[in-house]
Design a protein around this ligand. Structure first.
Ligand SMILES: [Zn+2]
Length: 177
């Protein structure tokens, strides 16, 4: 597993070992060996896209992407970063059930996880404050938290992840244009 954290702007792979969900064990070792996860990721994403019909709405009203998904300078980023002022409402990308709300794995700060179906989970991290609780059902577009910079974050932003079958994929593929 790649362990270096060169950019302190966001939670990195090495900081999420203790996360409350399991990671598919095969991906990280493959990635670190090949050093070219981009092609692999794209191919897999396209396959998934064909299998799963999923439409997510943006978790913030105004979108400013400060960092995309994937590896940059040998550091993996499991989501996308959306910069926004402190306290900006974070909206559920789709309806579902809150499966985690609290202090996330190291680096994630205050975090909310929503399960939309058995295989589809979205993650919202670095929150200033979470306003939903574990077990709660939320509707599409409902405010679930407010933007902050808790955890490993140098500025106010939302770290947004999409997990399909527990594996992080690029949420941009599924976000409504
Ligand atoms: Zn991030």
């Amino acid at each position: 597993m790649v362990a270096s954290i060169s950019t302190p702007s966001c939670a990195s792979k090495s900081s999420i070992k203790k996360k409350p969900y399991k990671r598919a064990s095969s991906a990280p070792s493959k990635w670190s060996k090949n050093q070219s996860p981009k092609k692999r990721t794209v191919e897999k994403s396209q396959k998934r896209q064909a299998k799963i019909s999923l439409r997510l709405s943006w978790p913030l009203k105004r979108i400013s992407i400060s960092r995309g998904f994937g590896v940059r300078e040998n550091e993996r980023h499991d989501g996308i970063d959306l910069s926004a002022p402190k306290g900006t409402p974070i909206l559920a990308s789709s309806g579902g059930r809150v499966i985690f709300s609290g202090n996330g794995p190291t680096g994630y700060g205050n975090m909310v996880m929503i399960m939309h179906s058995k295989k589809i989970i979205t993650v919202y991290a670095h929150n200033f404050r979470n306003i939903v609780r574990k077990g709660e059902w939320v509707s599409h577009g409902q405010t679930i938290a407010y933007v902050g910079k808790t955890g490993r974050s140098t500025g106010y932003h939302l770290h947004f992840e999409l997990r399909l079958n527990r594996k992080a994929v690029d949420p941009m593929i599924y976000l409504i244009k």
